[in-house]
Structure formats: structure tokens, C-alpha cells
Design a protein. Structure first.
Lengths: 441, 109
């Protein structure tokens, strides 16, 4: 009987929903009332969060890549610049690239001014993202510590703390006792690398990576943009040095402006357009343990020994380390890196030595020579590129999208993006973060 | 896991015995070259999804630098060869063609 009732109800609801969908394009707001309403009708009324349209013949702007950065770019094109005739083309499923594979650390304690500016812009946008997107992205500003485990690192992080003070980014250098207070499970006495202190950013933290992609996607779709999944770009159409469209597995699509936001595949697209990038693609891995009771409520990064760890809401210890050394597009990394990372973390957190690891995965990250991103015009008129976020671009998604949208809309980079042009490699004007952070997640 | 064979000492080992040295056969540009050539040499990389030529060093073995031809989407190694060349030998090119028909050698950088 009960089963029959649910069945009948869902059929009528489905029909009603289909009718509504046709009549009304805007999305339903998520709220506590919506949850109560849906609970009362067996959760049969939730709509799809975004539409799955077929591509139109032509768009004002096309974004390649529906990762966080591509979707945020589209969102701010609409929200900040009123450009909504936009398609976002994705070869797989949205958020299935690095955006859905990262360990979600958010911080803005970078050394160089241009980095601090864009990462802090991004961090501050994370503070209000759930409200802005009407999607709970579970931003958790639980605090991030970067451990100083050598004298050199102590000096480096003291310098960063001073730089951050000048940049208006709130961080402080803390001593080992404070570290122990914040992270009771840590072993500060070594043996090999005693904890000498740490760079502490109290408003750093984590967020739910999928929800960030889904939130932007839903908002883009509601503005009338087309997110087209399973649509791989296979060629960049040019006419006299200007971009005029793309070839895809769903046919040719025309556009006035093209934004390339494909992370590890940036070199593949740039080759289609006839230029090379200062980028190499390598695998970066992460792993999670079996869930355990809450034991660590901050994010800890240990850059000298190459490992970092946080605890998810489910109780899993989320662990990551360094990249593999060679070019790779396989989305899986080498086993010895897992071993190295875990070996290092066990010295710092002896409590995890008996934990079982549940899952391991990899993503293909796009690494530049100075470990800073590229937000730039390209040799092709009307074609813009956003890449090089490498091992640490999740935290930058809203700021990067903001800056990229501004550049696409105006044709020239604004203040946030200006320093990140690719011409910096001709001029030697590097934004060197590789010295500042051995591991840059 | 990546298994490489050192063309100098003949030892096959997994990747922890070796050190990756990046894209091979780059044309070197130095003082007196144009800014564009110098930038290209230092930073621009082909970074292909597919056949890749690269430098490796047998760090935990004989210590020699050598070249490898490898596929970046499967990690398949087509062959390794001496460092004393600016282009892969014909035997390596043939081995690649046998497995990746239609593949062509291009002048790099
Ligand atoms: C294991 C791991 C841990 C990480 N940890 C952190 C962390 O803790 N904190 C942090 O800030 N960052 C972290 N990062 C980095 C972060 O994940 C990335 O910098 C960020 O997600 C990049 O987002 P994106 O949108 O540029 O790329 P992606 O999410 O990879 O999106 C690019 C999209 O482009 C699509 N695409 C590619 N080629 C084509 C084509 N030809 N046609 C159509 N679509 C195409 C892809 O399918 C993909 O969906 C980590 C990365 C990894 C792999
Ligand atoms: Zn050898």
C-alpha cells in the first residue's frame, strides 16, 4: 500500500514538475522551508539543479572547462558584467576534474603581493558563498597551520607573516606550544623534524568542493547560460588571428570570445590554437583514511616533510602530499608518493600509524615555472586563458573567476589579473611562490 | 608504476631508482638570442597528451643521464636511448610508429 502511494504520488509530481519546468525557467530557492516541504512529500519535488541543453549555434562567450574556475568565470560574467549568452563546455561531467579531486584547503597566506591579493579576494568570497549562491558549500574557516620544522622555515614564515600584515591578510607566526594547543594530536618533539612554530591563518579552512561547482553551475543555469557536458573541444576556429568559434564532439559552435579554463589540459587546447604555454601537467594524489572520531579541528600542512592533513565532517583523515616528477595525463599517481607522504605524517602524528586508508586518487595539475597561475590574453585575439593553478587552485576559485570574467568582458585584465599575464615569462617578472611554499595546496 | 631500462648499464628498475629531467631535445638559446627564443627555451613546453620525449637520470644506479620515449596517457615506455643525440634514433621512431600509427616526429622548440 505504502509503496503504491509513493509511486502514485511521484508520478503526479513528476508530471506537475515537467509542466512547471516548461512554464518557469527560474530555479527554486533552497531553504529550511523547502526541506520541510519536501520532507512532507517524500522528497519528490526537488528539481534538477541545472538544465542540460543542446548547444546553440552561437554564443557571446564560450568557456571551455566546467571546473570551479570555468564555472566561476561564467557566473561573474553574468553577475558582474551582464553577459549571459554564455556556454560552458565540458568534456566529462562538471566538477569531475581537479575541482572534484582536491583536498579543499583554503588559505591566502601567500608571500607575493599579487598572490595575496587574488587569494584573499577568493577567501573573502568563500565567506559569503553559501548565501550568494544559495547553496551550502560548507565553508569551514577552521584555521590552517603551516608548520615550521626547520630554522629556514621559521625565518620564511616569519617573513610571510610580516608580508601578510602589510597586505592586509590576517596571519600570525605562532610558537610550538600554541601549535600543540591547537593540535593536541601533534608530536612537536621530532624526532627528525621538531615543530618550531607555524604560520597560522585563523580564517583559512576547507569547503565542500563538489558543492562549489554545483552552486556555480546552478546559478549559471538560472541566469540562462548553457552548461553542456560530454562535449569535448577538439579545435579552436580562428579567422585572421581572431577566435571565431570551437569544434566540439557536438559540432562547431561560434563565439565572439573564448575563455580556456581546463587546468591540466591547457597545453592540449593551446596547441589547437597554435601556441605553447609555460606549463607542464603532472599527477597529484590524495587519500582518505577510514572515519574516526573527531581528533583534529584545524588543517595542518607540513611542507618540509611534504604532507598535509585535515579531518572531514565524516571523520576521515584527508591526506595529501607532493606531485609526481614526470609529465602525466593518467589521473593516477605513483605509489611511492603515497608511501612518502604517509611516512612523513606518521612522524608528526603518531596517532595515525594504525589507521587504514580507504581510497586514493589523482588529478592532473598544471604547473608553471614560478608556481603561480596564468590569467592572460593569448596570441589569438578574443581568446583568454586561465590556468597554472597547479596544486593549489581550489582556494582561488571565486577570485580567479572574478578576475577572468573581468578580463573577458573588458578585453584587458583588471587589477587582480594584471600581474598574472603570460608575458611575465618573457620579462622575468616572476611571482615566485615556489620558494615561499614547498607544497602549495 | 613506471619501469625504465637504463641504456647505459642495462639495468631495469622502477621509477624511484630514476629522476625525471623534463622535456628532451629542446633547442638551447642563450646570451644574444631573441627574448622570444630564450623564453621558449626556458619555459615553453610541448606537454603533450601522448608521445613524449624526456630526459631521465639513473640516480640510484650508474648516475648517467639518458632519454626515454613514453606515452603520457598510458605510461607505456616505447624505448630509452643515449643522451648524446638531439633527435631520437630511427629504431625508437619505428617503435613508436608501430604502436601509435600516424605519429610524426616534429622539430621541438
Ligand atoms: C589531489 C589534489 C589535491 C589538491 N588539493 C588542493 C587543496 O587542498 N587546496 C587547493 O586550493 N587546491 C588543491 N588542488 C588544486 C585544485 O584542485 C585545482 O587547482 C583546481 O581545482 C583547478 O580547477 P579548474 O577549474 O581550473 O580545473 P578542473 O576542475 O580540472 O576543470 C577543468 C575542466 O576542463 C575540462 N576539459 C579539459 N579539456 C577539455 C576539452 N578539450 N573540452 C572540454 N572540456 C575540457 C576537464 O574535463 C575539467 O572538468 C588539488 C588538486 C589535486 C589533484
Ligand atoms: Zn644506469
Amino acid at each position: 500500500m505504502v509503496v503504491g502511494q509513493i509511486f502514485d504520488r511521484s508520478i503526479t509530481n513528476r508530471a506537475r514538475r515537467a509542466m512547471k519546468g516548461i512554464r518557469r525557467m527560474s530555479m527554486k530557492r533552497y531553504s529550511v522551508f523547502a526541506i520541510a516541504r519536501e520532507a512532507a512529500r517524500y522528497h519528490s519535488g526537488w528539481e534538477r539543479a541545472w538544465k542540460s541543453p543542446q548547444p546553440k549555434k552561437r554564443y557571446d562567450a564560450i568557456i571551455i572547462g566546467a571546473g570551479g574556475h570555468g564555472l566561476a568565470t561564467a557566473y561573474y560574467l553574468g553577475k558582474n558584467h551582464g553577459i549571459t549568452n554564455v556556454a560552458i563546455l565540458e568534456k566529462g561531467w562538471l566538477g569531475g576534474g581537479n575541482t572534484g579531486r582536491n583536498t579543499t584547503i583554503i588559505r591566502s597566506n601567500y608571500l607575493q603581493d599579487p598572490s595575496a591579493a587574488i587569494y584573499e579576494k577568493a577567501r573573502s568570497l568563500y565567506e559569503t558563498m553559501s548565501q550568494d549562491l544559495n547553496m551550502n558549500v560548507m565553508f569551514s574557516p577552521r584555521g590552517v597551520i603551516m608548520l615550521a620544522q626547520t630554522e629556514h622555515e621559521v625565518r620564511g614564515y616569519e617573513r610571510t607573516a610580516h608580508a601578510n600584515a602589510l597586505q592586509g591578510v590576517k596571519t600570525e607566526f605562532i610558537g610550538p606550544e600554541r601549535v600543540k594547543e591547537l593540535v593536541p594530536i601533534i608530536n612537536i618533539d621530532g624526532p627528525r623534524y621538531p615543530v618550531l612554530g607555524g604560520l597560522w591563518q585563523a580564517r583559512g579552512g576547507t569547503a565542500r568542493h563538489d558543492a562549489v561547482a554545483w552552486g556555480y553551475a546552478r546559478a549559471c543555469s538560472a541566469m540562462g547560460m548553457d552548461i553542456i557536458q560530454q562535449c569535448e573541444v577538439t579545435g579552436v576556429r580562428r579567422d585572421g588571428g581572431k577566435v571565431v568559434g570551437v569544434d566540439t564532439t557536438k559540432g562547431a559552435i561560434e563565439c565572439n570570445k573564448l575563455g580556456v579554463v581546463v587546468a591540466g589540459h591547457s597545453g592540449v587546447i593551446s596547441e589547437m590554437a597554435g601556441f605553447r604555454l609555460p606549463i607542464e601537467s603532472v599527477a597529484l594524489q590524495a587519500l582518505v583514511s577510514e572515519p574516526i572520531k573527531p581528533c583534529m579541528d584545524v588543517v595542518v600542512m607540513a611542507n618540509t616533510v611534504h604532507g598535509y592533513m585535515s579531518q572531514s565532517d565524516k571523520g576521515e583523515m584527508v591526506i595529501g602530499g607532493g606531485t609526481d616528477g614526470f609529465n602525466n595525463y593518467t589521473q593516477r599517481g605513483s605509489f611511492h608518493h603515497v608511501e612518502e607522504t604517509v611516512r612523513a605524517l606518521i612522524e608528526t602524528f603518531p596517532i595515525i600509524s594504525r589507521l587504514k586508508m580507504l581510497r586514493q586518487w589523482g588529478g592532473i595539475v598544471d604547473v608553471t615555472g614560478d608556481r603561480s597561475p596564468i590569467i592572460s590574453k593569448t596570441p589569438v585575439d578574443g581568446m583568454f586563458i586561465n590556468c597554472g593553478w597547479g596544486t593549489g587552485g581550489f582556494k582561488a576559485i571565486p577570485g580567479s573567476g572574478w578576475a577572468m570574467a573581468e578580463m573577458i568582458a573588458k578585453g584587458e585584465p583588471g587589477a587582480l589579473a594584471a600581474e598574472f599575464g603570460m608575458d611575465r615569462f618573457v620579462e622575468g617578472r616572476f611571482i615566485d611562490e615556489s620558494v615561499a611554499a614547498g607544497v602549495a595546496h | 608504476m613506471l619501469i625504465l631500462t637504463c641504456p647505459y648499464c642495462g639495468v631495469s628498475g622502477e621509477e624511484t631508482e630514476f629522476h625525471a629531467g623534463g622535456e628532451a631535445h629542446l633547442k638551447r638559446f642563450g646570451p644574444g638570442s631573441s627574448d622570444a627564443d630564450f623564453e621558449s627555451y626556458l619555459f615553453h613546453r610541448e606537454n603533450p597528451k601522448g608521445v613524449h620525449f624526456e630526459r631521465w637520470r639513473h640516480v640510484s644506479g650508474c648516475g648517467k643521464w639518458f632519454h626515454a620515449a613514453r606515452c603520457t596517457t598510458t605510461l607505456e615506455v616505447f624505448g630509452t636511448y643515449t643522451a648524446q643525440t638531439s633527435e631520437p634514433p630511427q629504431s625508437i621512431k619505428d617503435a613508436i610508429t608501430a604502436k601509435r600509427p600516424g605519429w610524426t616526429w616534429r622539430d621541438f622548440a
